[in-house]
Design a protein around this ligand. Structure first.
Ligand code: ADP
Ligand code: MG
Length: 238
């Protein structure tokens, strides 16, 4: 369903190789966190997987099939942006259902999926509101709902909680972890926050200057860091 394989994936902007060549396997159903300092290439890597950027070279496979040249809509993945990416003039229901409408889905099936996503995310009584009438956490749930209705093979999150205050960030972390346990769908979650990585991940990918420093479980990284970069990065949360 949601296995993602990167083979020597390279991305250059002009002369600059932002991702010089990455090999990585994300297993179906895993919760994988890409963590690293600002500017290390996390968003670029996620956008390559989503198909929002073209690779300069290398291969991206989804479920064993070459997806390198597929447009985003054909990859079966859903990217979750920060909550401000909602349409302010549309109701919650229309925001959640928007991708289905764009895909031309039958209205009855779309209704079912919207109702199901709203139930999972505790948004059932908010479906007629506009985003401006919701709390920050509820807005973030709407953004996640818009991904759930597509029933993607994998969810791709790019720092989805960075706009939220500290207390809300902690509760949303827990909610996303619970969502993963409920759906059992592959999730790739990008953050520069070590605590987020350590508390949420099955597997952490530590990035530095477009390269993978180490891949491992939170415990492996904590107890057996591969080098001083990993030890310093994991060992010293802000
Ligand atoms: P992160 O998400 O880890 O903060 P990014 O993937 O956004 O890092 O950026 C990695 C590097 O690639 C940065 O040096 C950034 O300036 C550069 N970069 C990202 N997108 C572009 C682009 N469209 N054109 C040129 N350089 C880019
Ligand atoms: Mg980024």
């Amino acid at each position: 369903m949601g296995k993602i394989t990167l083979k020597q994936v390279n991305k250059s902007f002009g002369e600059v190789a932002v991702i010089p060549g990455i090999d990585l396997v994300v297993e179906d159903g895993e919760f994988v966190v890409f963590v690293g300092p600002s500017g290390c290439g996390k968003s670029t890597l996620l956008r390559l997987i989503a198909g929002l950027e073209d690779t300069t070279s290398g291969v991206i496979e989804i479920d064993g099939k070459d997806a390198t040249a597929l447009p985003p809509a054909k990859r079966g993945l859903a990217m979750v942006f920060q909550s401000y990416a909602l349409y302010p003039h549309m109701s919650v229901k229309k925001n959640i259902g928007f991708p289905l409408k764009m895909a031309g889905m039958d209205a009855v099936e779309a209704e079912k999926r919207i109702a199901n996503a709203a139930r999972i995310l505790n948004l059932t009584s908010y479906l007629d509101r506009r985003p401006g009438q919701l709390s920050g956490g509820q807005r973030q749930r709407v953004a996640i709902g818009r991904a759930i209705v597509r029933e993607p093979a994998a969810f791709l999150f790019d720092e989805p909680l960075s706009n939220l205050d500290a207390a809300l960030r902690v509760s949303m972390r827990q909610e996303i972890t619970e969502l993963h346990q409920a759906l059992k769908t592959t999730m790739i979650y990008v953050t520069h926050d070590q605590v987020e990585a350590m508390t949420m991940a099955d597997k952490i990918v530590v990035l530095n200057a477009g390269r993978i420093e180490q891949v491992g479980s939170p415990l492996e990284l904590y107890h057996r860091p591969a080098n001083t970069f990993v030890a310093g990065f994991i060992g010293s949360p802000k």
